[in-house]
Design a protein around this ligand. Structure first.
Ligand code: SF4
Ligand code: SF3
Length: 533
């Protein structure tokens, strides 16, 4: 059985995984994910016609998020979603009242998993269009939709949605089935995806701050506290809150992992005294680090990796995350995780370093006068946004070097898990303003945009004219949609690494260079020199 997947930065040989995924995705799972995407397009053909339907829209979001890198590796679960997708498509078709004349609309999955895998193999990403440049932009759009769905999922969990955005999801999915679409039609949809993602990140930001308050600068302990423990990995704040509530008074300490680190800055979460610290580094170090965490561990979103036997027994997944053989928590009852934590030996008292998080736009703009004065006096010469995903491939030391070599009169804004490359280093401060400001998770790119827009307003210039440069790292599809948002906002001169996406053809890269002057990272020294002169 063969496969082809090139949706993340780990794509084998820089072109695509065709034997088995570097992420651990097996060919059957790859085929089932391709099948689910094909089913979602079939559903969208009807959903686009019938207007908003909460059940269908919710399913579309979950279906897309399921196929994001490092989320779901469980064939049976994806097979179940394919069946559900078909039922919803038939429902939408009945509501529409007639069959749409498009071969994709005729889709019907096989009864059994093996049959669904066979069908999925016929609907791989390379079948999305005959023209390779159009196919490249369809891929950019599809990965943008997957990333945006991940953020929408978190917003929906907190009770938020947006009809216009949902209409776009269905319109865009349906449009990818149009064999006669021209290149600029698809480019337009990709840019529109960037626009809608700004709305979604704004929705999520409002959901987070309305529910938990605006993040405030907060020191986070990296050592351990004696006692039983649960480690929470992923991005979902509501799920962390539930774990905190359900463990209150039980003598269990809660630690954040990876992208959960910014949770410590929210007043509504930091008020729990048993939220004691952050454990480990970015996602790619989990196998090594989880072996040394003698408590229960749970993932609420990407990025899960193949677990080693040393901790599978105390590992759990939640939400859309799944790995064969790993216990899954359905819903909001975390007693299985709590019981496992109580059975485990727990952690020793071992205090460590403290780092700061909680510099969302509210906190940064609260000291805007100070920041603006420091820029005007020349104490701050330049801002860098050094952020994005971390990953396992070599070449990512660039980001550590870049941050280390950035001159002392520059401020580094950071977000997402790429920060683990340098967030334990001491950068000092400029007149009381820390030189490293952790804005939050990847979705808090929204906050970074608010900061940039406010600075541009204060200096009466455009964001591109600010002394601000973006040096971004990507790994999975959320980074793709954030990039689309930045392009939609007209942000130019972005440096992207560690390597450019395998799904971008030379012609599409030229288009991006000509219109946005986007470029690959080179070396920290050369890029700093090029930016600062
Ligand atoms: Fe390969 Fe990335 Fe696709 Fe996994 S998600 S199969 S690592 S390209
Ligand atoms: Fe990281 Fe997976 Fe992308 Fe939210 S946790 S940024 S890679």
């Amino acid at each position: 059985m063969s496969m082809f997947c090139n949706q993340c930065e780990q794509a084998a040989n820089g072109t695509g995984c065709n034997i088995s995924g570097v992420c651990g995705k097996k060919p059957d799972v790859a085929a089932l994910q391709d099948h689910l995407i094909y089913g979602l397009k079939s559903l969208a053909l009807y959903a686009d016609k019938i207007g908003r339907n909460a059940e269908i829209d919710r399913f579309t979001i979950e279906g897309l998020f399921t196929t994001v890198t490092n989320v779901d590796f469980e064939p049976a679960r994806i097979g179940g979603m394919i069946k559900q997708c078909y039922e919803l498509k038939e429902k939408a078709k009945a509501a529409y009242g007639s069959a749409i004349a498009n071969p994709v609309a005729d889709w019907k999955p096989a009864e059994d998993l093996a049959g669904m895998v066979n069908q999925g193999e016929q609907h791989g990403i390379n079948t999305q269009h005959v023209n390779e440049d159009i196919r490249s932009v369809i891929e950019i759009l599809m990965y943008g939709l997957k990333g945006m769905a991940a953020y929408m999922d978190h917003a929906m969990i907190l009770g938020r949605t947006d009809d216009e955005v949902m209409a776009f999801f269905q319109k865009a999915l349906a449009a990818t089935t149009n064999a006669s679409a021209g290149l600029m039609d698809v480019v337009g949809l990709a840019m529109e995806c960037g626009k809608h993602n700004l709305t979604v990140m704004g929705l999520l930001n409002a959901a987070h701050t309305d529910t938990y308050g605006h993040p405030v600068p907060t020191p986070v302990q990296l050592g351990t506290k004696s006692g039983k423990a649960i480690l929470v990995s992923g991005h979902d704040l509501k799920m962390l809150e539930e774990i905190l509530k359900q463990t209150e008074g039980k003598g269990i300490n809660i630690y954040t992992h990876g992208e959960m680190l910014p949770a410590h800055g929210y007043p509504g979460l930091k008020k729990y005294s048993h939220l004691v610290g952050n454990f480990g580094g970015a996602w790619q170090d989990q196998a090594k680090e989880f072996a040394n965490f003698p408590g229960a561990i749970i993932f609420n979103t990407n990025c899960i990796q193949r677990p080693s036997d040393s901790y599978t027994d105390r590992l759990f997944t939640w939400g859309l995350v799944a790995w064969p053989g790993v216990k899954h928590v359905d819903g909001w009852d975390f007693s299985a995780v709590i019981n496992k934590a109580l059975e485990c030996p727990g952690l020793p008292e071992n205090p460590g370093q403290e780092i700061l998080t909680g510099f969302g736009h509210n906190a940064v703009l609260g000291v805007a006068d100070k920041v603006i004065a420091a820029v005007k006096s020349g104490d701050i010469k330049h801002f860098f946004l050094v952020g994005g995903c971390d990953g396992a491939k070599s070449g990512r030391n660039y980001y550590t070097e870049f941050a280390e070599k950035a001159p002392k009169d520059t401020v580094i804004l950071t977000l997402a898990c790429g920060k683990y490359r340098f967030n334990k280093l001491d950068f000092g401060d400029i007149g009381g303003i820390p030189r490293l400001l952790d804005i939050g998770q990847c979705n808090d790119a929204y906050s970074a945009i608010q900061i940039a827009v406010a600075l541009a307003g204060a200096f009466e210039c455009g964001v591109n004219d600010l002394p601000l440069s973006m040096v971004l790292s990507w790994y999975e599809q959320k980074a793709v949609v954030i990039l689309l948002t930045l392009l939609h906002l007209g942000i130019k001169n972005i440096k992207l690494g560690p390597t450019l996406p395998a799904f971008i053809t030379p012609n599409i890269l030229n288009f991006l260079v000509e219109n946005f002057n986007i470029g690959p990272i080179t070396t920290a020294e050369a890029d700093l020199k090029a930016i600062l002169g």
